[in-house]
Design a protein around this ligand. Sequence first.
Ligand SMILES: [Zn+2]
Length: 256
Amino acid sequence: MARINSALYDNGPDLIDSLEVDDHPEKYDKERFKCPECLVKIQYNSGVHKLDPHFKNWPNISHKEDCEIEKLQSLQSQNDNHNIQRLTSTILPRAERLQKFSTPQEKQKIIRRYLGRRSQIFLNALISIQDFDHKAIFIRTEDRQSIPIADLIMRQDQIVQKLDLDNKPFICILRGYLTTKIDIGNNIKIPLTYGGKYQNKHKFDIFIPSSFKEKNINKINQIEKSLVYCYGLAEKNEYGYKMDLYSITHQISKIQ
Ligand SMILES: [Zn+2]
């Protein structure tokens, strides 16, 4: 049974995230959600203790035989690993691999939607599975391609290269080694290592804007000098290459 995080609603072109439904269930008619791939009717479910919103099959309605979401998930459910199912359902089918953000409004929307609770669930599942699975587990992205999860995980040099090429911010999972924090006025930056053991050539910073400092200040020492995944929006500005960090709890997972 496919379990996915977003659905089409009515005849609208946009995908609705299950967290949006969770926020305002009264705004939606539960009869009107559809599979984004094969368009069969699916249902919203708030999950165990209402903490795990997602979409699942409508009773007695199966996805169509050629539905890519169903195919991917039945492949993964064979290996019987709960974390793998969790991982794929959490971001499937919206890995936002290609999403680019031009306006501050678009950026705000993405911060609200993707850098919260959903990312925490996703990162925890990512940590809990073996590295080799990252190549073997495929997820569906917004361009309707199936790509290995490994393709969403980038080192700082790869991110810098893409930013130089496209000149637009984009969502990704950074894998990098954090050094110690540096105060920049009221903001904080945590530079990643470069040169040395991990062979990265470019400088890259994790940046905590001043308005998010208080919320995170007590957790910073838990992530300093650590290899981490950080899920966020990579961008370039006049000070260099960076990823903003709004919530250590939601956006960062320690690899070791
Ligand atoms: Zn389907």
